[in-house]
Design a protein. Structure first.
Ligand code: UDX
Length: 445
């Protein structure tokens, strides 16, 4: 009999995971406490911009013409508990207010709502990013609360998906990591992931703590790589060197590699910033804080990019923002996403606005989210409209649409042809040739 799978938490991770499980051929029930989210997903719609996800939902959500009907959603924990042989926990672990540590209340609540209804042997699989040591604690909590006791087994299976590539990353991840304590976890998860395993995706089985650490270590490494090149950009700026040429040359050493070596405004989003902070907090609790003091530097370098961008913009405004019009291209924390959580672009836009400029923002997908979070900024329907009458144009999220902008066309509507490229991807020569002053972080003026 094919396995029945429940997915608890239907945000980014959970909605994608549920759809992917249906694509693998399983019967899937998604559970969320938010009835609105459940209604949206049942209608085959996605509450965020994620390429390919809506199509995958419509292919499987019951009730849609031609769908496999393998995917349904509910708000009843009892229904999910009774339905699933394998339960994936996909709720979020945000940063706690006023602290570095992760807020584990949603994960705890997920286990607490599910466990009392578990009357037959099942596997509960955590996918959320958690502080190392959580799985051990939760395994005990699960067995204590479940009527089936130790028959409710726990495994940890960190998720590495990137926003904007969530579907492909879930169907064909780089690797599948399972933290388990023996039992049936490995066997069941080999069955769940039979398709990617058959396609050659490495499947690694570790203890709980190692599996938890793979995720936080991976995100810390990526953040460090970005902050490394941004630190080099600071040195380049002081020395009159060009960080884009530097990173291109470094990238040719395949021990270093070019991925995550693009200097610019730095990282944001719902993962990297909060994950490195939670990692530092957890290391402190474990008495290993010295090992991660470098992450504090990684974080500071990253935050400095934002202030540096504001300074550069001020220089372009001859020292003061009062009465100046600034166009900001980009609001999402990265391209191909409408996610504005800890977005470097909006952070810069808001700082400049607070210092007296009139800031107009345009983003291809993140406008609604940006408007809700920063109602005080002005918004335009296109890059051209945002740039009208601007004294400086700031390119802060590298959407393809912005790379394709025509410098002459934009030059015709601005008050002054001044461009700051916060992502180091625009063609400096082409913009300069069209009469623009082109400046970027870490490059000679
Ligand atoms: C990240 C991890 O990549 C993913 O594996 C994990 O599961 C969740 O966190 P995501 O938050 O979707 O994914 O974004 P990612 O694509 O990693 O980008 C993070 C940030 O780094 C973005 O703000 C991006 O603009 C920035 N970045 C990335 C750079 O500044 N330079 C680079 O070279 C690469």
């Amino acid at each position: 009999m094919t396995l029945r799978i429940s997915v608890i938490g239907t945000g980014y991770l959970g909605a994608t995971h549920a759809a992917a499980m249906a694509e693998f051929g399983f019967e899937v029930l998604g559970l969320d406490i938010d009835p609105e989210k459940i209604a949206t997903l049942t209608a085959g719609q996605v509450p965020m911009y994620e390429p390919g996800l809506s199509e995958l939902l419509l292919k499987h959500v019951a009730g849609h013409e031609g769908s496999t009907g393998r995917l349904r959603f509910t708000t009843s924990a009892q229904e999910a508990a009774e339905f699933g042989d394998v339960h994936f926990v996909c709720v979020n672990t945000p940063q706690r207010k006023g602290e570095f540590a992760a807020d584990m209340s949603y994960v705890d609540a997920a286990i607490d709502s599910l466990a009392p209804h578990l009357t037959r042997p099942v596997l509960v699989v955590g996918k959320s990013t958690v502080p190392v040591g959580s799985a051990g604690r939760l395994a005990e909590r699960l067995a204590a609360l479940a009527p089936v006791g130790e028959g409710a087994e726990l495994a940890w299976n960190p998720e590495f998906l990137r926003e904007g590539f969530a579907v492909q990353d879930t169907l064909r991840p780089d690797r599948i990591v399972i933290g388990a304590r023996g039992g049936r976890a490995e066997e069941l998860l080999r069955e769940v992931y039979a398709e990617p395993i058959a396609a050659g995706v490495p499947f690694l089985v570790t203890d709980y703590a190692t599996a938890e650490l793979v995720k936080t270590a991976a995100n810390s490494f990526l953040a460090t790589k970005i902050s490394f090149i941004n630190a080099m950009a600071e040195v380049c700026e002081a020395a009159g060197a060009d960080v884009t040429q530097l990173s291109a040359a470094l990238a040719l050493d395949d021990r270093i590699g070019g991925k995550f070596l693009n200097s610019g405004l730095g990282f944001g989003g719902g993962c990297l910033p909060k994950d490195i902070r939670a990692f530092m907090a957890r290391a402190g609790e474990l008495g290993a804080d010295q090992a991660l003091t470098f992450l504090r530097e990684v974080d500071s370098i990253n935050m400095r990019r934002r202030s540096r961008m504001v300074e550069l913009a001020r220089e372009q405004c001859a020292g003061g923002f009062l009465g100046r019009r600034i166009a900001v291209l980009g609001a999402a924390f990265k391209p191909n996403s409408d996610d504005i959580r800890d977005s470097p672009a909006l952070n810069v836009a808001a700082q400049i606005q607070l210092q007296g400029a009139q800031v107009t923002v345009y983003d291809p997908k993140a406008m609604d989210n940006a408007r809700k979070m920063f109602p005080g900024l002005a918004y335009a329907d296109s890059a051209l409209e945002a740039a009208e009458g601007a004294h400086v144009v700031l390119h802060l999220t590298e959407w393809q649409e912005f790379r394709a902008l025509d410098p002459a066309e934009l030059g015709a509507v601005v008050a002054e042809r001044r461009l700051l490229d916060g992502r180091n991807v625009l063609d400096a020569d082409a913009w300069r040739a069209a009469g623009w002053t082109y400046r970027a972080l870490g490059r000679p003026s």
